[in-house]
Design a protein around this ligand. Sequence first.
Ligand code: GLY
Length: 391
Amino acid sequence: MNPPLVVETKSDGCADLAAVLDRCVDKTRRNLPDLVAKPASWSRDPRGEYPAWDEAFLSIHNWTTSFFTGMGALAFQRTGDPWFLGQLEKLLPIYDEKIGQCADETMHDLGFLYSLYSVALFKLSGERRHRQSGLNAAAVLADRFVPQGQYIRAWGRVDERDTEYAGLAIIDSLMNMPLLYWASAESGDPKFREIAIKHTDTTLRHFVRADASVFHAFRFDLVTGEPAGGDNYGGHSIESQWARGTAWAMYGFVLAFSHTKNRRYLDASVVLTERFLGLLDEELVPVWDFRLEQGNDPVRDSSAAAIAVCAIQELEALGWATGVMGEYKRALIERLCRADYFDRDPACRGILRNGQVGTRQGEARNAYTSWGDYFLMQALAREIGLEVSWW
Ligand code: GLY
């Protein structure tokens, strides 16, 4: 028997998605003041107690704070309550510090961080200080572009070459490209967009395999830029198929298509999406890696499911989702809204249970994840017709 839905069902037996979204709004109302009082990455936690994740906002490893600011933006969209924008405004000085005095201590996820903060707040409030922050962040991100190899370096200070991260690009980076498209549209400078297109072309060429799976990471020779081969930090192994990495690619490529109208990006997103959906079993929420060897714990990754829903919604919005994709989208949302995934307890900060966090030894364990919470909330918001304009 299926676990119960977290809210009353409607007469057609479906979850009332607006009511589920309102539970996310309630948790956001609780979380934001604590994050604002002590900004940190709040990345993930087995109990959903995000402040226990002890990583400073200014840490070079922080890629996650803005999933909470993004939830604040969604909560504002849902409620119209200016309190949410007021809370978010208070974070502007530290966001500026990160790409000002601390700009060297950053990595490629400036896209996640500033699309879901500066771009979102500029779009919602018209406040030009956020526009300037977003443009400054895009400039720091663009400086990570490596002309030999034509990719954006993922991790580590960009001036450090004596590290395994030099010469490394990762699939997740596709989600950071919308900041660059936005920066070109906003500033009139084509440089950002050109870099995004070059990075996306490189990703298409080297990461996507013939069987519609993707490498998590790929290395390039530091001097010549020649491709050196696939690598892995997120999934089970180099040749495996990390579910969340696939979901990043599904969503990242369709967003690239929405900005460029390049059909090759659309085709990549469609093929990866069809393959991803074809690999789902009765549980619907994917095992964290589709190519686990026997004996590995088949931990599920709810965050990959939430990201995949957002990818399908984008394909739908652009008119390219098939009927089957639409059916999977509805089924996945419904699945994530059942009590074994959706945590309705107001005392718990986390929303979505059973996100996967890798160990870099190719293992996985479960946690509430800030990105899973965000993408589920975004999916719910979009499903009831709210606009999400910051990608
Ligand atoms: N972008 C890092 C992750 O998906 O775990």
